[in-house]
Structures are given as C-alpha cells and as structure tokens.
Design a protein around this ligand. Structure first.
Ligand code: ATP
Length: 332
C-alpha cells in the first residue's frame, strides 16, 4: 500500500481552506482503503507563532476533533501529534546537514515575510525566527520519516513538498541507497486555493477565514461580510468573478450552481440573496460535522485516547526508520 501523509498546524480553528485543501481530499483518498494513511497535528510548527501553552493545547484538540468529526476513522488511519514523535527532530537534524541555505532563502513563507518587512521599511529579517526560516526542513522530516508516497496539499504547500524531494535526493545520492522515499504532492485543481472573504487565499493569518465550526448564527453573519462589488440590485452580475459564488461552487450541486449563475446574469439579484443561498448550502454540509465536533470537544478523554494510540504506532514506525538512517550514516 502507498503511504499518504498530510498535516495541519494547530494555529487556530480550521477553516474552509483547510477543509477543501487538505481534510476532504485526504479523507476521500483514504476512504477506499488503497492507502496507508498518516495524518498528523503539526504542533512543533505552531510554536513559531503560538506562544501560549493553554491556547496551543486547545488548538491541538480542535484540529484532532476536526479530523475525527470530518470522518477520520482512527481504527484505519493513524492520527498523531508531531511532537509525540521526537524522532522527527533527529531526522530534522540530519536533513539540516544536507540542506543548502540557499534553498531556504527561496522558500515562499520566508520570502513573503521578508517582502512584508521591506514594504514597511523594516530590516528584512525583522521578527523572523529560525522556525519560520527552516520550516521546510521540519516539514521534510515529517514527510520523510514516514516514507510518504503522496502528500495531499493546497497550492501554498507544493514548494515545501518539492523541497522535501530535493533534500531526500541529496541524502540518497550521498549514501548511494534509496534510504528515503521520494514523495509526490497531490493537488486538486478545483480546490487548490480556496478564497477567503476578501478574495485573497483563505488563511488564518490574513483574518479572512471562515471557520469550519461557526455556530449557525455566526456563520450567517460571517457569510454576510464576504466582500462583493458595489453593483446595484438591478445590474447584471458575473458569478465567475464573485467571492460568494467561488465559495458556493464548493458546496452546491451542478444544478444549484447553474441556477444561481442564471440569477446572477438575469439582473435583479441583490448580494443578500446570493449570500443567503451560500449560507444554505454551507450550513447543510457542515451541520452534521459541526454537531459531531462539539460532542468531541466535550469528550477530550476520547481524543486523548485516540492520540495516545496514534503515538504508540507512529513511534514504532519512526524508530525503525531512524535506526536504518543511523546505520547508513554511521552513527548507530
Ligand atoms: P495559515 O492560515 O496560518 O497560513 P493555514 O490555514 O494555511 O495556515 P496550514 O496548517 O498551513 O493552515 O495548512 C493545512 C493544509 O490546508 C495545507 O495542506 C494547506 O495547503 C491547506 N490550505 C490552507 N489554506 C488553504 C486554502 N486557502 N486553499 C486551499 N488549501 C489550503
């Protein structure tokens, strides 16, 4: 069986971008049992930004409850916290030695932070920690430790998976052995970038995200805040350039989409109507998983149990891999 692996950072409540870009594709892929799936909560990555231990713990539960409420079956799929597998850090150290500094200079997340500083006339490394700078190496360790063949991701993570390939190839080349499995990313063209309320990529850090488990009233309120243009009711509207319609497409059937697109093009439709339609389809899909999510958040002992089982199994796999690497490198 091929190994499928993907992770989510516990840096906030998961949003629709995570749901369509990572959670749904991963769960769809594993539903037919053709993959050996390993899904993890990337808590070491979170400490780059989340510095309050209570909040971090809460986010870990939220991400775990999200996976479980969206349909992850812990009997079939390995779910674990990154930090419960310290072998990740050993591999991270090994990978460091084989990673060109220049490769990290080209990483999107780091470059974006530098650009932001330049825009604000600040020194270019202002506020940038080594965690952010070397983020792709830790992510490569996550992937390579578990011999992942496929990594379902959104567009923002493609470069990081490519970097994991580069680093793995450098190691395999040096030791003249297929020590590390070269991963490939899987990206769904329709859901590779989910737009946020302002039309940019939906992201916790942009403050434009729609959280997955907003209670009904708040969900409605949030949807009403989606940015639209200032066209009047009677004007004909273009669904293809509209943030509301972009989200509608993700939830609605083909017939529903055609119907609403027609209403856009006919004129006489106000934004309130389009947003109301969007709310209906979003709520219909999310209500059952939202109910499960809140039940799970009231049952943290169960989540602890699942994560503990996951930890035991994940460490077993990781320990074997590290042993093999130590031998090959000459530090066993
Ligand atoms: P942040 O919002 O802080 O940038 P994030 O919301 O992107 O974080 P991650 O934990 O980095 O969350 O991402 C988890 C997964 O969700 C990744 O596979 C990522 O590609 C995917 N993802 C995140 N946002 C989107 C989006 N807007 N569209 C599609 N996929 C996304």
């Amino acid at each position: 069986k091929k190994v499928l692996l993907t992770g989510i950072k516990p840096t906030g409540i998961p949003h629709l971008g995570n749901y369509f870009g990572a959670i749904k594709p991963a769960l769809t892929m594993v539903s037919d049992d053709s993959y050996d799936a390993r899904l993890f909560i990337a808590d070491y990555h979170s400490i780059n930004t989340i510095r309050d231990p209570k909040i971090l713990k809460q986010y870990v539960y939220e991400v775990a409850a999200t996976w479980l409420s969206c349909g992850l079956d812990p009997e079939k799929v390995l779910l674990y916290r990154q930090s419960s597998v310290p072998e990740t850090l050993e591999l991270n150290t090994i990978l460091n030695a084989f990673t060109a500094k220049g490769l990290m200079n080209r990483a999107h997340a780091y470059k974006a932070a530098v650009d932001k500083n330049r825009e604000k006339d600040k020194p270019e490394d202002h506020g940038i920690n080594m965690g952010l700078y070397t983020y792709p190496i830790l992510m490569a360790a996550d992937i390579l430790l578990f011999d992942a063949n496929v990594v379902p991701v959104g567009k923002d993570q493609v470069q990081h998976v490519e970097m994991a390939c580069d680093i793995a190839q450098a190691i395999n080349h040096n030791y003249k052995s297929e020590l590390l499995t070269i991963p490939s990313y899987v990206i769904d063209e329709n859901t590779k970038t989910i737009v946020g309320m302002d039309g940019r990529k939906m992201s916790k850090s942009y403050g434009n995200a729609i959280e997955l488990f907003l209670p009904e009233k708040k969900l409605k309120k949030t949807i009403n805040k989606i940015v639209t243009n200032s066209q009047e009711i009677e004007e004909v509207k273009d669904p293809e350039t509209c943030n509301v319609f972009a989200l509608y497409k993700l939830f609605a059937t083909k017939e529903q989409q055609d119907k609403l697109a027609k209403t856009y093009r006919a004129g006489g439709m106000g934004w309130g109507h389009a947003k109301g339609e969007l709310f209906e389809v979003v709520n219909a899909e999310l209500k059952p998983i939202r109910d499960k999510y809140y039940d799970l958040m009231d049952n943290k002992d169960y989540i602890d149990e699942v994560l503990k089982k996951g930890e035991a199994k994940a460490r077993e796999i990781a320990a074997q891999k590290i042993l093999k690497l130590r031998k090959a490198i000459g530090i066993d």
